[in-house]
Design a protein around this ligand. Structure first.
Ligand SMILES: Cc1cc2nc3c(=O)[nH]c(=O)nc-3n(C[C@H](O)[C@H](O)[C@H](O)COP(=O)(O)O)c2cc1C
Length: 328
């Protein structure tokens, strides 16, 4: 079966309430090559919910992966088929979310203890679609946190047909920690992920967790095939501005914050004309001047109450000018 070849050296993590299509469009202005992920979408939401809203994306977003949450091979493969026909480039299975809601549905991180079922899900999805099926997981859950546990999980799921894994390099603690704490409290263990790459050299292994600078990303690529960036892409998106140049030898991506904003403002104008609230768009670019002179001014301008019917281009031009004035 012909499998689309996706360059996975850099990817932007799935993040609920963050990585909607507007944020992904913004990310694409910073890197033309990073693989972008949707927020997790449950099989129930896709089968019974507002499918168009969940699946909609802009063609600029490719390569684009949809992340599915579920544990039923039939439902997952149905959702995968729908996603493939909508034009997604990859199906990713969430085996890392520790939230109570997800645990009650018996999917997400708790499925790490049922590698056979995860393998069945991968296998069934692959029987329906031609695009790659990947798994995003943790290094362990609760007391099941040994290297052998992770090794067995990867072995079982890869034998079922999965050839690319994204590993968030900390375990999930399923009781007593919120999802936010589960991204901060269990310690990162990058060595564990490197060891998996050494044990399974033919698998494509992406490491995730705690990367905030491009130089770190570049050095991780000596150990693994790819790096996935989550919170830093949201909080300090400009850290990715030179990714295309250094990782993909592509110097054509805009290099200044002002150029990026200038391109985003046209997207904002288009979306506002389609009825999207301007704040639903500008909320994603609040971090663009992180650490720069004028950053506070910029954030305040973006968060201010906007006059009714304000022209989005004019508004964003004023914002750009206000930071520039602050700088020079
Ligand atoms: C607000 C938020 C929402 C998240 N939602 C998801 C999600 O839907 N699916 C998922 O696999 N991981 C989710 N994550 C976890 C991230 O994908 C990533 O694994 C984690 O943040 C660690 O990477 P980082 O240190 O680069 O942020 C979320 C993280 C954040 C901060």
């Amino acid at each position: 079966m012909a499998i689309k070849n996706i360059d996975r050296r850099l990817s932007i993590a799935p993040m609920m309430d963050h990585t909607d299509k507007h944020f992904r469009y913004f990310m694409r202005l910073l890197s033309r090559h990073a693989v972008l992920y949707t927020e997790m979408i449950t099989t129930g939401a896709l089968i019974y919910g507002d499918r168009k809203r969940f699946l909609d994306f802009n063609s600029i977003e490719h390569p684009l992966a949809i992340q599915l949450g579920g544990n039923n091979p039939d439902d997952l493969s149905e959702c995968a088929l729908i996603s493939e026909s909508e034009g997604y480039d990859e199906i990713n299975l969430n085996i890392g979310c520790p939230s109570d809601r997800v645990q009650n549905g018996q999917f997400g991180a708790c499925l790490m203890s049922n590698a056979k079922l995860v393998g069945d899900c991968v296998n069934r999805i692959q029987s329906k679609v031609k695009i790659p099926v990947t798994v995003k997981t943790r290094i362990g859950i609760d007391e099941q946190d040994s290297y052998e546990f992770l090794y067995d999980f990867i072995q079982t799921v890869s034998e079922a047909g999965c050839t690319a894994f994204i590993i968030h390099a900390r375990k999930a603690i399923l009781t007593g920690l919120s999802p936010k704490q589960n991204r901060e409290i269990p310690p990162l263990n990058y060595e564990r992920v490197y060891k998996i790459k050494q044990a399974f050299p033919a698998l494509n292994i992406t490491i995730n967790g705690g990367f905030t600078e491009l130089v770190q990303i570049c050095s991780q690529l000596q150990h693994v095939d790819g790096v996935m960036v989550g919170r830093a892409a949201y909080q300090d998106p400009f850290m990715l501005a030179e990714a295309d140049k250094f990782l993909f030898a592509d110097p054509s991506t805009p290099q200044t914050r002002e150029e990026i904003l200038d391109r985003f403002k046209h997207y904002v104008a288009e979306q506002v004309s389609l009825g999207v609230g301007i704040k639903n768009l500008t909320r994603h670019i609040i971090g663009l001047y992180q650490g720069q002179p004028g950053a506070r001014q910029y954030r305040r301008k973006l968060s201010d109450a906007l006059p009714e019917g304000i022209d989005p281009i004019q508004f964003l031009d004023t914002v750009i000018r206000s930071v520039s004035n602050h700088k020079y």
